[in-house]
Design a protein. Sequence first.
Length: 76
Amino acid sequence: MTASDWKKVLKQIENKPVKRDKFTKHNKPKQRTTGIAMKKCERCGRFGAHISSYGLNLCRHCFRETAVEIGFKKYN
């Protein structure tokens, strides 16, 4: 079950507190402490090609789009 599926089901049973609590207990996605799923792009949410240096937390695609605005220069 993906996180988006989990949210859809949770929305459907939000008016039934007992069922909601039981569903949340058994099906909630666990918090990640390591691995690729822990680091996401803050702009688009991608997992791969993550640039975390200088506290950027962007994927390479978003970095290319916003590099000049952030203050980086492209050297040839």
